[in-house]
Design a protein around this ligand. Structure first.
Ligand code: ADP
Length: 539
């Protein structure tokens, strides 16, 4: 027997419609690419999204067409999210830090018909314009006065593009499984692959993001997503914040520690989300000025592991609570978020720390399990590690144009991460499958070793890769960026690490470098490091 309830499709438009109706005057403040701070609101964004939707249709955009954005976190970018998906087209967010060849590959693979871009990308897009095969129109996300003349041929400014369109749009109702947006994986795991999010997945993910045990979005907060809108839709914040009626502060292109600090301070940001490299630069500035941005009380750290050092700097030095989180492009992206269950809350800090360092706790909507190399499920004992598999309504089933399932025969998606799970659902990443160091018959967690290393006062950043060893096949090489002048020798670092990691993990060599290669999504490029140290042997 079927239930007798309304079968209302879960469409993205409903999110902004809700926010415009009930939180219409809630602010969206943007540091614009042109420079000045711009003030908008959910009401205004919704009104302008209607005009934009009409302009797109007038231009000839049809349902299913892909439209690229190559842009920072701004109010106009939010308008694009809603207008494009709202007419059944697909908002393809492109990482603007990619090299020319990758940009060309992605725009052509997606067959984007239009490109909306921030003006600082004018030159880059002009350079690659002739190589883009399907783009009919480039639109600079600015007004006529700020349009640069170095952009792609035929570029029009955003304000002129929407100016003559009708201000009212009747949003179509369609199947909730229709594609809404698209994002390519960052390619740290091979060729970039397109992940095509549906309206249904996006809405469910947005609803789950608001839970107290996930991002805990509230009307009382002021949220700044440092994580870019081209990096898995800024972890879904432009979709989840409207549900909660949370004011947004959009940082535009200025993401260095000082700029972030000043903007957060001025706009009384209470919660911010980003990757560890961004937080390191903010923390350095906080240390320099001796305080936190006035309103800041929590940060979410994801995309790469949050070390104990970074958590302590936020929590102990500045009184800013940290929530660790894990996810991936293929998961919309939220997989787990770390909030402490009641039983851990009264424990002394040193006993809480092992749990706080885990990537997070299972959330309703994402099934997790770990398996061995033969696919046999492993125990959830917090100790055994295995390949992490996931399942759920906001997880990829197939990559764009792949023509084959991305899942195993049982319907699980293999994350490529190696992790432990405990009975409470806390998951801890011990490595990427391809980064794990196989020493003799044992596995050494490069992530575990890196986290321990950055706890040393003279190690600012650390990355561990496997290098050849005649007996053990592979042993860890610790590559470090020093904090200041002091570069202790291997023996001293091993002595420090000996208290923190198993003896087998102690690195066989250390190399000091000026900087680590960081990819377009703020992660250390292990593949590049492996190239740099190719042929390195120990033992
Ligand atoms: P890519 O896989 O191309 O680097 P993603 O941005 O989708 O692009 O990255 C997802 C991966 O990032 C995860 O599979 C995991 O390896 C890593 N990751 C994400 N969050 C964390 C975290 N909190 N701790 C450790 N690794 C993380």
């Amino acid at each position: 027997m079927q239930g007798l309830m309304m079968n209302t499709p879960l469409l993205i438009t409903s999110l902004i419609q809700f926010a415009a109706q009930y939180h219409g005057d809630t602010s969206i403040v943007t540091r614009s690419t042109e420079g000045p701070v711009r003030h908008s609101s959910y009401g205004e964004v919704f009104a302008r999204a209607q005009r934009l939707a009409n302009a797109l249709i007038d231009f000839g955009i049809k349902p299913g067409d892909r439209i690229a954005t190559v842009a920072w976190n701004t109010d106009r970018h939010i308008e694009l999210y809603y207008a494009i998906s709202g007419i059944g087209a697909i908002c393809h967010t492109v990482n603007l830090r990619l090299a020319d060849a990758e940009l060309v590959y992605i725009l052509n693979h997606a067959e984007d018909r239009m490109v909306f871009f921030d003006t600082d990308m004018s030159e880059t897009l002009a350079r690659i314009q002739t190589q883009t095969k399907t783009v009919d129109r480039f639109v600079a996300m600015t007004d006529a006065a700020h349009l640069l003349d170095n952009g792609p041929e035929g570029t029009i400014d955003y304000e002129s593009f929407i100016a003559s369109a009708s201000p009212h749009h009747d949003w179509a109702i369609f199947d909730e499984n229709t594609a809404a947006s698209m994002c390519y994986t960052s390619g740290t795991t091979g060729d970039p692959k397109g992940v095509l999010y549906s309206h249904r997945a996006t809405v469910l993910h947005a609803m789950a993001s608001c839970y107290a045990s996930t991002l805990n979005l509230r009307t009382e907060d002021v949220v700044l997503p440092v994580v870019p809108m081209f990096h898995v839709n800024a972890w879904g914040v432009p979709y989840s914040a409207p549900i909660a009626g949370t004011p947004l502060v959009m940082p535009g292109p200025k993401l260095d520690g000082q700029s972030l600090f000043e903007f957060m301070d001025a706009e009384c940001v209470t919660k911010a989300l980003g990757v560890p490299t961004v937080w390191m630069s903010l923390l350095d500035h906080m240390d320099k000025v001796g305080r936190k941005p006035a309103g800041l009380n929590s940060v979410v750290i994801g995309g790469a592991a949050a070390s104990e050092a970074i958590i302590n700097r936020f929590e102990l030095d500045h009184g800013v609570a940290v929530n660790h989180a894990w996810g991936m492009t293929e998961m919309s992206p939220l997989g787990v978020v770390n909030t402490l269950k009641t039983k851990y809350q009264s424990l002394p800090r040193d006993q809480q720390m092992p749990t706080k360092l885990k990537q997070g706790r299972a959330i309703y909507g994402v099934d997790l399990c770990i398996v061995d190399d033969d696919g046999q499920e492993l125990p959830r004992d917090g100790d055994t590690s295995g390949r992490l598999l996931v399942k759920g309504p906001w997880i990829v089933s197939e990559y764009f144009k792949a023509g084959e399932s991305a899942l195993n025969p049982e319907g699980w998606f293999d994350t490529g991460d190696i992790a432990t799970l405990d009975p409470d659902g806390y998951m801890m990443i011990t490595d990427r499958a391809k980064d794990i160091i196989k020493s003799g018959g044992e596995w050494i967690s490069s992530v575990g070793l890196e986290n321990a290393a950055v706890g040393h006062p003279v190690i600012k950043q650390a990355a561990v890769i496997g290098v050849a060893h005649p007996k053990w096949l592979e042993r860890p090489l610790l590559v470090c960026v020093p904090e200041g002048e002091n570069q202790p020798d291997l023996a001293e670092i091993r002595e420090y690490l000996a208290e923190k990691v198993p003896k087998l993990w102690l690195p066989d060599a250390i190399e000091w470098v000026e900087s680590l290669p960081i990819g377009a999504t703020g992660k250390v490029l292990k593949a590049e490091l492996r190239n740099r140290f190719a042929g390195y042997t120990v033992g």
